[in-house]
Design a protein around this ligand. Structure first.
Ligand SMILES: [Zn+2]
Length: 305
């Protein structure tokens, strides 16, 4: 298991490697019908959904997990596609983009060396153009779905404008590593060996979670493997009508997505309170985002490489 490797194989006599992990909301989505989407408010209010991303400070450069929307999307919502813009109704706030948020922390866009993507939907990859020098890591199957669509759904869900700047793709195949029973893990290159792609297929052809080692265990960014925290409730898993409909419309493979949700609940049941202490969260549940922000100081790791 990689978790054991990680926690025990921490000293090779090299330079200290430290991680500091920030939770960023890189766009606020306000679709209509708060009551049916979040279960809160009324039908006539707009929901508030996050685009939950991670900014990881390491002394090997900055790493982003997902980007949310980018600067160009904030100035012209046509870039994300009219259908997505209407359905997601993102706030047009450039200050919410990843690039502006890291600049406000004193970094430059050139400091971002790697971006790890859960998938290539516009609300997750819109910001990659703001970091043209970063290596973009994702599953090869997702890249293929976006660039060589095999169905009308794939043809219309992705926006080529997101990668018209010719990004530095780093495409990965599952290679049989295991991580807490998830048997298809691609460990990234040496400097990123504590950041893992966890294939959670179903939402899209190459959708992944991203596991990140932190001081008190692992964070698992589940992307769009689920939409509402109620779906991860262990005694009575249940999302909202709105999130169920959104997922049904977005699914590439519903059976796979539901099966992976079940496996994620099992992971939470078996490891959520263990020493490994895996913390799961998805991209769009704003309550989960707020919970992660409030425990941010825990997500700091300093170790020797
Ligand atoms: Zn999404």
């Amino acid at each position: 298991m990689i978790c054991a490797h990680y926690f025990h194989d921490i000293s090779h006599g090299g330079a200290p490697l430290s991680y500091k992990i920030h939770h960023l909301n890189c766009a606020t989505l306000c679709p209509q019908g708060s009551k049916i989407i979040t279960g809160k408010g009324t039908l006539f209010e707009n929901a508030l959904l996050s685009c939950h991303c991670l900014l990881i400070e390491s002394n090997d450069g900055l790493i982003l997990v997902d980007t949310g929307f980018g600067i160009q999307d904030m100035h012209s919502i046509e870039r994300m596609g009219v259908g997505a813009a209407r359905a997601l109704n993102p706030k047009q706030l450039p200050e919410e983009t990843a690039v502006r948020q890291l600049e406000s922390r004193g970094f430059k866009r050139e400091d971002v060396r790697h971006i790890v993507l859960t998938h290539l939907d516009v609300d997750h990859a819109g910001g990659i153009a703001d970091f043209p020098n970063a290596q973009i890591h994702l599953l090869e199957a997702e890249h293929s779905a976006a660039t060589k669509p095999q169905s009308l759904q794939e043809k219309f869900r992705y926006q080529r404008a997101m990668w018209s700047h010719n990004p530095l793709w780093q495409l990965h195949k599952p290679e049989g590593e295991t991580w807490f029973g998830f048997d298809s893990v691609r460990m990234l290159e040496n400097s990123l060996h504590d950041i893992l792609l966890i294939p959670l297929l179903g939402h899209s052809r190459g959708h992944c979670g991203v596991a990140v080692a932190s001081e008190e265990g692992w964070l698992l960014h589940c992307g769009d493997a689920y939409f509402h925290k109620g779906e991860m409730n262990l005694s009575k898993p249940k999302g909202t009508l709105g999130t169920s409909l959104i997922q049904a419309m977005d699914d590439t493979n519903r059976k796979q997505r539901i099966s992976n949700q079940r496996r994620l609940r099992e992971l939470k049941r078996s490891q959520g309170n263990s020493n490994a202490g895996i913390t799961l969260f998805c991209s769009h549940d704003h309550d989960e985002f707020d919970e992660c922000v409030s425990c941010k100081p825990r997500h700091l790791i300093t170790r020797t490489q």
